[in-house]
Design a protein around this ligand. Structure first.
Ligand code: IPD
Ligand code: CA
Length: 273
């Protein structure tokens, strides 16, 4: 299923977009202001870390959304008091307060705050803000994506052998085995595979024409919701591959459109092996 965006006439998308920016800014600015607290850990597990700042930044973003749209539903990565699911709400917000948490924890600048507004199931407004890189990506379902206010477009790379493809490594050991085969196959076909550590920034890099594709298995909706709209409104394509995995995790592909089928063919080959 290709993910498309739908934009009803009655919806005030500009207001949703402004709110996504304000919420992403609130979260990311709080993270920057408290940068020296980035090693305060709530929980450390193999391959992952939960930070106090993850939760505090999320509360900042949620406070902004609640102040402007108290009736809307909110889905967010961290389980904090601000979250609310309202089955009757037509619009829901999807918040990842710090995407690239492990990078942030170690002091790498590749992390961001990601906020999307989804209306009747389709993302209509989105911001991905990476303050340590000084980049802010935004998109609305009725316009061109921008980076720091300037329009962006996906690359024209049409052959896998000329493409950079970004990815992430799933934490689940059994799922990692089939992923390893997929990555080995892809690595032999593309110019380079890269793992940068922030799914939202990976997908925005595709939107910006700095990379040509992104694939990850085992990712969550908050990792890809905002950046997915940004890459589509920059001329790219996104697709959910296969069935959802356990705990609502998904397999997500985002490309410049030109290499989309070629990347998918690698999946098909691996599945049929
Ligand atoms: C993670 C990052 C990473 C991806 C993981 C995500 P988090 O999000 O996006 O690049 O490989 O699958 O969970 O935990 O830093 O918000
Ligand atoms: Ca994330």
């Amino acid at each position: 299923m290709l993910i498309t965006d739908f934009c009803p006439m009655s919806l005030d998308i500009d207001k949703l977009l402004e709110c996504s920016l304000a919420a992403a800014r609130a979260a990311a600015t709080y993270a920057m202001d408290h940068y020296n607290r980035r090693s305060e850990v709530v929980e450390m597990s193999s391959h992952d870390v939960k930070l106090k700042l993850d939760q505090e930044c999320q509360e900042k973003a949620i406070a902004v959304i609640r102040s402007q749209f108290p009736e809307h539903s909110i889905i967010a990565e961290e389980q904090t008091s601000g979250i609310r699911t309202r089955p009757d709400s037509e619009t829901e917000w999807i918040v990842d307060p710090i995407d690239g948490t492990v990078n942030f924890f170690h002091g790498l600048p590749l992390w961001c705050s990601s906020v999307a507004a989804r209306h009747h199931g389709a993302v209509v407004a989105a911001t991905v803000y990476a303050p340590a890189l000084n980049v802010c990506y935004m998109a609305a379902a009725d316009g061109q994506s921008v980076c720091n206010g300037l329009p962006i477009h996906v690359s024209s790379v049409a052959s896998l052998s000329d493409a950079i493809v970004l990815t992430g490594i799933v934490r689940n050991v059994s799922e990692r085995r089939s992923l390893t085969r997929m990555l080995a196959e892809l690595a032999g076909k593309v110019q380079r595979l890269r793992i940068l550590g922030s799914a939202a920034l990976d997908i925005c890099a595709v939107a910006h024409g700095q990379a040509d594709g992104y694939f990850e298995s085992g990712i969550y909706v908050w990792d890809v919701a905002a950046a997915g709209l940004i890459v589509r409104q920059a001329g790219g394509s996104t697709e959910l591959i296969g069935e959802p995995l356990s705990e609502g995790r998904i397999q997500f592909l985002a490309t410049n459109g030109h290499i989309h089928d070629a990347v998918k063919n690698v999946f098909r080959q691996i599945r049929n092996l």
